[in-house]
Ligand binder design. Structure first.
Ligand SMILES: Cc1ncc(COP(=O)(O)O)c(C=O)c1O
Length: 446
């Protein structure tokens, strides 16, 4: 978010902010929220079209989640992670049931990054390859801790960490729109991208590769995997005895139209481990998790686990997680995301017909879609080299904010990921505003 409106509370003299140049920090102060809207300290109401960091899937200040947190706080705020806590057990059981991981186990973490780190630890330990390689993708994002910077294929943090020293190997993503693996055809690109992972495993030898860790559907890199990609990865990893870890931190809890994005493929997409955070509590309180299949859990059953942080499985977070799961169910939000996501995709495709700057529209399996902005549709040249954001896109985002709608962008991509509770008319209004702003900032018609 980059907003230049008036501000009363002056954080920029005292707070160190993430992912920005401190001297350039300018953002609104939020004092409240309701559903898909945020309330700013100057009294304005902003429609949140990105669920903040693609995490407030239930909208802001969901009353059932707040009630559960208050009730738990009155009963018991904290118990060490090595002792039992009632909401933790209930949440673990509910997650295993939603995932269809009967006989599996859940390890609770504080967020997505440590969920990914622990998933790698478990995969390595369970496969008897304590320092085994992990294959991840270029241009991926798995978190900002050191090990996760190594897992991520993120150009912004690459110089800070030696991925090889962490045992991480990177492979190109199935980015069909930009002709990865020499093909613009999604099926062909997906097939070749799977073959590249299989080849990398074989090249290093199955005995030295512990896991493949990737997002099953989409990530904030804006690349949406072709439909044959994830089942293909599952097949190749299974046949080689290599663990498949699904990073569902962003794609889970309805964002991609399923509880967990891999479920789109049924058993053919079932990973050995999956990592969760963000939508797990609808971002009301920090919580992450690693969900382990029965097979992996069984292999670790009699092993010592040297892992865990003080606040892992915090009772307040678990109570929030349990209430969040019930809210997704009660309001039928997973199906709602799938239906509204399909509608939003069709609307965005209609925008593409009017605006030459929109090279590609992707996603839409749930309420997550990406517009890729290009200089020229024939050459598909990005509006700015990745990961730079073109100034006109930045200006569009600022103008939208002035008009009361917060959109997210990353590089030359506009990301749409509203809370799953967004009202139909609010979504329609946001897309109408986007149409107007595209005409204003990128006047060339298609
Ligand atoms: C796919 C994915 N994995 C992991 C993370 C890291 O999660 P956290 O910021 O909760 O550590 C993110 C955060 O954006 C993400 O999108």
């Amino acid at each position: 978010m980059n907003w230049r409106g008036p501000r009363v509370a002056n954080e920029n003299n005292s707070v160190m902010h993430s992912w920005c140049v401190q001297s350039q920090w300018q953002a609104p102060t939020v004092v409240g929220g309701h559903g898909a809207y945020l309330e700013l300290e100057d009294g304005r109401r902003i429609l949140d079209m990105s669920s903040l960091a693609e995490c407030s899937n239930l909208g802001h200040q969901h009353p059932d989640v707040i009630k559960a947190i208050c009730q738990q706080a009155q009963q018991l705020c904290f118990v060490t992670s090595s002792w039992g806590a009632q909401p933790r057990a209930e949440l673990a059981e509910a997650l295993l049931e939603k995932a269809g991981f009967e006989g599996g186990r859940v390890f609770f973490t504080l967020a997505g990054a440590d969920a990914n780190e622990n998933a790698v630890k478990f995969a390595r330990q369970a496969s008897g390859k304590p320092r085994g390689h992990v294959i991840a993708r270029d241009r991926s994002y798995h978190g900002a801790s050191y090990a996760c910077m190594a897992l991520s294929g993120d150009a912004r943090t690459r110089p800070q960490v030696d991925a090889e020293a962490f045992g991480v190997l990177h492979v190109a993503p199935p980015y069909a729109y930009q002709g990865a693996y020499g093909s613009h055809d999604p099926e062909e690109c997906g097939e070749r991208a799977v073959a590249a992972v299989a080849q990398m495993i074989d090249q290093h030898g199955v005995e030295s590769v512990a896991a493949v860790l990737m997002e099953p559907n989409a990530g904030t890199n804006g690349i949406v995997a072709p439909t044959n990609y994830w089942p293909g990865l599952r097949e190749e990893t299974r046949s080689r005895g290599v663990c498949l870890i699904a990073d569902e931190v962003m794609s889970g809890f309805g964002r991609c139209g399923e509880w967990f994005a891999w479920q789109r493929y049924g058993d053919a997409g079932k990973p050995d481990l999956m990592t969760l955070a963000k939508g797990l509590t609808g971002a009301h309180i920090p919580l992450g998790a690693v969900v382990l299949s029965a097979d992996i859990a069984e292999r670790l059953q009699h092993e010592m686990l040297y892992t865990g942080l003080t606040y892992c499985g915090h009772p307040l977070s678990c109570a929030a997680g349990l209430a969040a799961l019930r809210a997704y169910e009660k309001e039928d939000l997973i199906a709602r995301s799938r239906i509204l996501g399909g509608w939003m995709l069709a609307e965005l495709q209609a925008l593409q017909e009017r605006h030459a700057v929109i090279g590609d529209v992707r996603g839409g399996h749930g309420l997550f879609a990406v517009l890729e902005l290009v200089v020229d549709r024939t050459t598909r040249e990005p509006l700015a080299p990745w990961p730079q954001t073109p100034p006109a896109l930045r200006a569009l985002i600022d103008a939208a904010m002035e008009a009361g709608v917060s959109f997210a962008c990353r590089g030359n991509l506009l990301l749409l990921a509203p809370p799953l509770v967004i009202q139909d008319h609010a979504l329609t209004d946001a897309l109408l505003l986007l149409d107007r702003l595209l005409t204003q900032f990128f006047p060339t018609a298609a």
